[in-house]
Ligand binder design. Structure first.
Ligand SMILES: NC(=O)c1ccc[n+]([C@@H]2O[C@H](COP(=O)([O-])OP(=O)(O)OC[C@H]3O[C@@H](n4cnc5c(N)ncnc54)[C@H](OP(=O)(O)O)[C@@H]3O)[C@@H](O)[C@H]2O)c1
Length: 290
């Protein structure tokens, strides 16, 4: 591994990249794909929750598996979250915890933040809009991208644009939310070749349920924590005493995990897998009928 910085990568950073590198998106020097390479990643408790029942932010990943998450951030053009995570957690979505990219030849860069926000609920004061970052060179001019629907508030759109966001209107789905396949195409149009979906639960559920979306890489961190109640990792908006896993697509369309690998990072187990949807024929880095 070449090194350009003052310090060599930590043993955990080296272990994270060694685990991830065969599975990461192709380098930007390769031909642009029709739809971005898609990674879905989240951390969950042993009993399947990604947040407490009131939706308050919860650090589930240990410092060791956080290094892996940030190595993933450094390896993707964009990082995508749902607007509820943007509101509840107010994350910066920057790359920290790693010093280098996967080659070891360049410093780690931050991905372009993307928010799925049908009605433009993202606050203009959101940290993600205020924090400067070293970003990858994409056509979006490295700004925060907010994907919305026609039902947005025009005044809020102007306010978010004034705050530095690129607001892109895409088609809505049957639930009047941003249509996920259309979102991927809009991102490809903006020069984004790889997207890392980091949650929350509703977005994770929607990605898993979208029969015509291929998940190229699934990375799940299992933290040795039992929460009892909370936001279920897949599709579970928390209400009162907890949540239910979302209704998945028909069983024959449920993503099948292939090439599964596990590795321990500190106290956490991290699962890495590719996915296939047997009945749809959707394979790696492709989207059916788009
Ligand atoms: N442990 C982890 O790895 C992790 C990671 C991230 C977040 N979280 C936690 O997850 C919690 C939030 O999860 P959540 O399920 O309530 O919200 P979420 O998934 O962050 O956001 C869901 C919202 O995004 C908007 N949206 C627009 N298009 C969408 C689409 N195609 N699919 C899904 N959503 C779409 C919808 O709101 P509109 O209709 O208003 O557009 C929807 O209600 C937070 O408490 C956060 O702490 C945990």
């Amino acid at each position: 591994m070449m090194q350009t910085g003052p310090h060599p990568p930590s043993p955990t950073e080296q272990a994270a990249y060694a685990f991830l590198s065969p599975h990461l998106p192709p380098p930007r020097s390769s031909a642009a794909p029709a739809v971005p390479f898609l990674t879905l990643t989240y951390a969950q408790s042993v009993d399947g929750f990604i947040a407490k029942r009131d939706g308050r932010p919860l650090a589930l990943s240990s410092p060791f598996s956080s290094v892996l998450t940030h190595a993933l951030r450094a390896s993707h053009d964009a990082i995508l979250i749902g607007v509820t995570t943007a509101v509840n957690d107010d994350p910066s979505l920057t790359t920290r915890c790693v010093a280098y990219d996967v080659t070891g030849a360049h410093g780690a860069q931050s991905p372009i933040p993307v928010i799925l926000d049908s009605g433009l609920r993202t606050p203009v004061t959101a940290k993600v809009l205020r924090i400067p970052r070293t970003r990858r060179g994409c056509d979006s001019n490295s700004k925060v991208v907010i994907l919305t629907t026609r039902d947005h508030d025009a005044e809020q759109k102007r306010a978010l644009e004034a705050a530095g966001a690129v607001v892109v209107v895409v088609a809505s789905d049957a639930h009047h939310r941003v249509d996920f396949p259309s979102a991927l195409h809009a991102l490809a149009h903006h020069g984004i070749r790889s997207v890392m979906v980091e949650g929350g639960a509703t977005v994770i559920g929607n990605v898993l349920q979208s029969a015509n979306v291929k998940i190229d890489l699934l990375v799940v961190t299992l933290a040795p924590v039992i929460l009892g109640r909370g936001v279920h990792a897949v599709g579970g908006a928390s209400a009162g005493g907890g949540s239910q896993p979302s209704e998945m697509v028909a069983e024959e369309e449920t993503p099948r995990l292939v090439d599964v690998q596990w590795k321990q990072f500190g106290p956490d187990m991290v699962m890495l897998a590719k996915t296939a949807r047997p009945s749809t024929g959707v394979e790696a880095n492709g989207a059916r009928g788009l």
